[in-house]
Design a protein around this ligand. Structure first.
Ligand SMILES: Nc1nc2c(ncn2[C@@H]2O[C@H](COP(=O)(O)OP(=O)(O)OP(=O)(O)O)[C@@H](O)[C@H]2O)c(=O)[nH]1
Ligand SMILES: [Zn+2]
Length: 214
C-alpha cells in the first residue's frame, strides 16, 4: 500500500513528464534481488575475477542488495518518506530555507556516484512541512539512477505538490564521479542545477535571497 502523499507525488511527476523512465516488469523485491545477484555473478566472472575467493564470493549478493534496497530504493514508492505536515497557524509568510543537505546519488549513464549538497526553500502558504522531511525527500529521489537536472526538478515538484504552493526553490551542487574518476577525469568541476517555482522564478529579489550563500 502506498501513502496518499506518495500517490499524489507520483501522479504529479507523471503529469509533468518528470517521472524517471520506469517500466513495471512485474518482479517482486525478492525476484529483483535474485535476478540481479545472478547477473552480477556473470559480470564478476566475465571480468575474470575468482568468485571462489572469500573476499569476492559475496559481491554479487552485496551488489544486488545495494541496488534493490539501498542506492536505488527510491525507485519504489513504498519507500517514499512519511510526511508530517502541519497547518500554518503561525502565519509564516517568509522564506524557510534548509541549506547544505548532503546527498549521494548515482549517475544513470554510468552507474557511479554523484556526491553533493542541496539547498531547498519555500514560502509557506497553508501548510508547513517537518524539516527532516525535506532532507528525506531529497534522499528519496537521490536514491535512483539520475541526471542531476531531473533530480532537481523532481524534488521541486514533490514539494510543490505536498505544500500546495508553487513557491518552492531547489538548488543542487554536485561532483559527478563519471566526470572525476573516469572519462574526462576532471578533479575539480562541480555541477550546479536550480529549479525555481512561483515567486522564486518571478521575483529577482526572492531568487537572490534564496541563492545567497548566507
Ligand atoms: N546533463 C547531464 N549529463 C550527465 C549527468 N551525469 C552524467 N552526465 C553526462 O552524460 C554524458 C554521457 O555521454 P556519452 O558520450 O554517451 O558517454 P561517455 O562516452 O562515457 O562520455 P564521457 O563521460 O565524455 O567519457 C557524459 O557527458 C556525462 O558527463 C547529469 O546529471 N546531467
Ligand atoms: Zn555518468
Amino acid at each position: 500500500m502506498l501513502s496518499d502523499e506518495a500517490i499524489a507525488v507520483r501522479s504529479a511527476l507523471e503529469a509533468q513528464g518528470l517521472e524517471t523512465p520506469m517500466l513495471d516488469n512485474g518482479l517482486s523485491r525478492d525476484e529483483k534481488y535474485q535476478k540481479i545477484s545472478q547477473l552480477m555473478t556473470e559480470v564478476v566472472s566475465a571480468l575474470g575475477l575468482d568468485l571462489t575467493d572469500d573476499s569476492l564470493s559475496e559481491t554479487p549478493h552485496r551488489i544486488a542488495k545495494m541496488y534493490v534496497d539501498e542506492i536505488f530504493g527510491g525507485l519504489n514508492y513504498k519507500n517514499f518518506p512519511k510526511i508530517a505536515l502541519i497547518e500554518n497557524k503561525m502565519q509564516v509568510r517568509e522564506m524557510v530555507k534548509v541549506k547544505d543537505i548532503s546527498f549521494t546519488s548515482t549517475c544513470e549513464h554510468h552507474f557511479v556516484t554523484i556526491d553533493g549538497n542541496a539547498t531547498v526553500a519555500y514560502i509557506p502558504q497553508g501548510r508547513i512541512i517537518g524539516l527532516s522531511k525535506i532532507n528525506r525527500i531529497v534522499r528519496f529521489f537521490a536514491q535512483r539512477p539520475q541526471v542531476q537536472e531531473r533530480l532537481t526538478q523532481q524534488i521541486l515538484l514533490a514539494l510543490q505538490t505536498l505544500l500546495q504552493t508553487n513557491d518552492v526553490a531547489v538548488t543542487m551542487e554536485a561532483v559527478h564521479y563519471c566526470v572525476k574518476s573516469r572519462g574526462v577525469m576532471d578533479m575539480n568541476s562541480k555541477t550546479q542545477t536550480t529549479a525555481l517555482g512561483g515567486i522564486f522564478k518571478d521575483d529577482g529579489r526572492t531568487r537572490a535571497e534564496f541563492l545567497a550563500r548566507y
